[in-house]
Structures are given as structure tokens and as C-alpha cells.
Design a protein. Structure first.
Length: 231
């Protein structure tokens, strides 16, 4: 089955969870884009929702499809966030940030009563870590931050290349918040909670792509149908 169709199927199912008048966090990435487009079509038909987006890219798409956007300062408490993920495990712990929006995604998800992940079944893994873990860092003192990350990961028994994310033209990838991203290929992350806590103690680390105990539900699309995962 076409991966795009699976993303659309998950997005369509998640749309049923959105109630009229909700304050909604809207995610970033190709799966979240499918959701945003479907939401736009529903809004065009008269459905009302107030959206807070997780990236400038998603904000542009919302405007394009007619979904009204607000800042998180205007709506600091949200009912629901719908977003994609790069990986999720059976406990609904996630790796996010493949699209570089992890910081805003985590802030928006944390501000929401519920976070629902939409993904195709290939994203469900055990354990997390085949997908390189995005770590958002400040540009100042990058080398020192890299050394700290290497030290902590070694202490936790993790190893693998940690590389700065680049754009296609070879320039450094810069997030919406003006930070860099390091992608850490650890392979297997046996204790994601501990790794997240330890990495977040490094002063140069802004946030990690590990979403621990944030997602409340996942809508997973496979060729044989859509399944719901809960905690
Ligand atoms: C962006 C993200 C995305 O949700 C994640 O990368 C999944 O994207 P896609 O739906 O395109 O596979 O975390 O920062």
C-alpha cells in the first residue's frame, strides 16, 4: 500500500477525535500535513477549530487550507495535539524531530490535555533508536556540547556517530528557534527516560527528540486497517 495512503488513513481516523470548538495543536511532517489538509477541508465545510502550530511550515499550510491559527501565548492551554512521530514503542514513548520541529512540538504537546500520534505501522519499534535521535542544541559552544553528549552517552553504554544536521545545499540546518540539530545514531536506546533526563542536563542542549510520557494515544495505519494504541 502507498505510504501516503497509510498516512492519510491515520490522519482521517484522528480527525474523528477533534471536536468542534477545540483548541488544537497541529503537528509537523508529512503525516501531520495529511491531517492538516483534511482538517482544512472540514473547516471549509463549517467546522470550527482554533489551531496552534508546531512550526512555521505547518502555520503556512494551515493558512493555505483555511485553518485559523493562534500563538501558544494566545492559547496556552490546548485540548488536543495531533502529530506524527519518527518512532514509537508500545509504551507510547517517541522519537520525534526528523522534520526539525521537536522543540515546538514538545512545548505544544506538553501544553495539551492529550497528544495523539498518527503514523504508519513501520514507525512502531522495540526498542527506540534505529532512527537517529535528534538533539536540539544552541550554536554557541557546539564542540563542548558534542563532547558532553559523547561523555553521557558513553556512561549510559550508548555509542554511535553524532552528526550535525545539514540542509541539502550543505549549510547547517537551523530550527525555527535558531538552533542546530545533532542526530545521534545510538542504534538501541534501552532506557529512553534516563537518556532524555541526562541529555537535558547539558547546558547547551535545548531539548531532545525523546517524548517521554507525553503521548496519550496513537493511531497506527497498516495495510490491514487502522489500530489505536493507548497507554
Ligand atoms: C517533525 C517530526 C515529525 O512528526 C516526524 O519527523 C515524522 O514525520 P513524517 O510524518 O514525515 O514521517 O517530528 O519534527
Amino acid at each position: 500500500m502507498d505510504p501516503k495512503e497509510l498516512k492519510k488513513a491515520a490522519a482521517q481516523e484522528a480527525l474523528q477525535l477533534v471536536e468542534s470548538g477545540m483548541r488544537l495543536g497541529v503537528g509537523t511532517g508529512s503525516t501531520a500535513d495529511e491531517f492538516t489538509k483534511l482538517l482544512g477541508a472540514k473547516v471549509q465545510a463549517g467546522f470550527e477549530v482554533q489551531a496552534v502550530t508546531t512550526s512555521i511550515k505547518t502555520e503556512k499550510l494551515c493558512i493555505e487550507v483555511g485553518v485559523k491559527t493562534f500563538t501558544l501565548d494566545e492559547l496556552p492551554e490546548l485540548d488536543l495535539t495531533i502529530d506524527g512521530a519518527d518512532e514509537l514503542d508500545q509504551d507510547l514513548q517517541l522519537i520525534k524531530g526528523g522534520g526539525g520541529a521537536l522543540l515546538r512540538e514538545k512545548i505544544v504537546a506538553q501544553a495539551s490535555k492529550e497528544m495523539v500520534v498518527i503514523a504508519d505501522a513501520s514507525k512502531v519499534v522495540d526498542p527506540l533508536g534505529a532512527f537517529p535521535l535528534p538533539i536540539e542544541v544552541v550554536p554557541f559552544g557546539l564542540k563542548a556540547t558534542e563532547l558532553e553528549i559523547a561523555k553521557i552517552s558513553k556512561e549510559l553504554g550508548l555509542s554511535g556517530p553524532v552528526v550535525i544536521r545539514k540542509n541539502e545545499d550543505g549549510s547547517d540546518f537551523v530550527t525555527d528557534g535558531g538552533h542546530f540539530i545533532l542526530d545521534a545514531s545510538f542504534g538501541r536506546i534501552s532506557d529512553a527516560k534516563q537518556l532524555n533526563e541526562q541529555l537535558n542536563l547539558i547546558p547547551g542542549v535545548v531539548e531532545t527528540g525523546l517524548f517521554i510520557d507525553i503521548a496519550t494515544k496513537a493511531v497506527i495505519a497498516a495495510p490491514d486497517g487502522v489500530k489505536i494504541m493507548t497507554k
